[in-house]
Write a protein that binds this ligand. Structure first.
Ligand SMILES: Cc1cc2nc3c(=O)[nH]c(=O)nc-3n(C[C@H](O)[C@H](O)[C@H](O)COP(=O)(O)O)c2cc1C
Length: 318
């Protein structure tokens, strides 16, 4: 069985992935948040900063991701990325945000199998990389996904990751396991399941519905309980050690952003994003997150956080 860390824009950047691999592990490949492929004439190397090999520890198996609907643009970026040493490049056709979908990008492309076909005809003609796809069940309904899969089946993809929701659902409502099963059965490529694995029990109940599947991708569940991937693989960490490990993980990420962001406000805002996920197993009464949200000065932030990690702090196992 393989477990992948889902890309979460603004969270799972290089510093986060490196620290995650060092302190928690359990992940076979880390998918980087999307890079929006734009001007074909001039690949913006600024956009590729996060995936620079010198920023990413060698132990982290990284898969860069591109967002776009133009095969030539994709190809130009994919060549530049493969020159950096990456073999697999993931194509994002799952992003649900209207700013993206209105331009027929992300899950906004799913109702248009012809555009997908044209895109893949060009994008797959590149010889230095392979393409995997991260998709949803459809944009508005799951019929989209079936039509798209018939196209994906015609190309030599290295895998298809399916987030078991439609784009219209955003991140709300339940994952649709029946629709996932139907779509994954149609798929000739290696399929990865993605969506709402927050606990070990979630993993067990979802994987029992799809016993043939070997690949699972975890996003928010792994960000709020970074011990989850290892635990799914059978390596449990003593509850009493968990707070100490998360403390070290936090400090590494805090140090990175302290050295790269300017001003207390930016730093505190960045760390609020971190705590949006991380508070779930540490915040016994909801007060911690409230305090962090109010924080705009680094000194206040550090005081609150040092209390959160005090020696009696308890990690609430799920
Ligand atoms: C804040 C946020 C940012 C995300 N950014 C990306 C992204 O850059 N690329 C992508 O393919 N998916 C992105 N996703 C979707 C996740 O990768 C994943 O598919 C989704 O959260 C469902 O998995 P989960 O229930 O395990 O979190 C994002 C999700 C969230 C909540």
């Amino acid at each position: 069985m393989k477990l992948f860390l889902a890309p979460i824009q603004a969270m799972t950047a290089a510093c986060y992935r490196n620290a995650f691999a060092k302190h928690f592990g359990g992940i076979d490949a880390y998918y980087a948040p999307f890079i929006a492929a734009s001007d074909i004439k001039k690949v913006s190397h600024k956009l590729l900063k996060d995936i620079l090999p010198e920023r990413n520890d060698k132990s982290v198996n990284l898969v860069p991701q591109l967002l776009g609907n133009d095969g030539d643009q994709f190809k130009a970026y994919a060549y530049a990325i493969s020159e950096m040493g990456y073999q697999e490049i993931n194509w994002n056709i799952g992003c649900p945000f209207p700013m993206v979908t209105n331009k027929k990008r992300g899950s906004g492309i799913l109702p248009y199998p012809d555009i997908i076909n044209k895109f893949l005809e060009t994008a797959c003609s590149g010889s230095t990389y392979t393409i995997s796809v991260k998709m949803r069940l459809g944009l508005n309904d799951t019929e989209d996904g079936i039509r798209v899969m018939n196209i994906l089946n015609q190309y030599p993809l290295s895998g298809v990751i399916i987030h078991a929701r439609t784009g219209k659902q955003m991140y709300e409502g339940k994952v649709d396991l029946d629709a996932f099963c139907t779509l994954s059965t149609e798929c000739k490529h290696e399929v990865t399941y993605n969506g709402d694995i927050f606990t070990h029990n979630d993993f067990l109940s979802i994987s029992s519905r799809v016993p043939h599947l070997k690949n699972f991708m975890l996003g928010r569940g792994a960000l709020s309980d970074p011990f989850l991937p290892s635990s799914i693989k059978g390596h449990d960490v003593q509850s009493t050690d968990k707070v100490k490990i998360v403390h070290k993980f936090h400090d590494e990420i805090f140090e990175y952003y302290k050295n790269t962001l300017s001003g207390d406000k930016h730093l505190c805002d960045k760390m609020k994003e971190f705590w949006d996920f991380m508070h779930i197993h540490l915040d016994q009464d909801g007060k911690l997150m409230k305090k962090i949200k109010k924080c705009n000065r680094t000194s206040d932030y550090l005081e609150i956080v040092s209390k959160a990690f005090h020696s009696d702090a308890i990690w609430k196992d799920s």
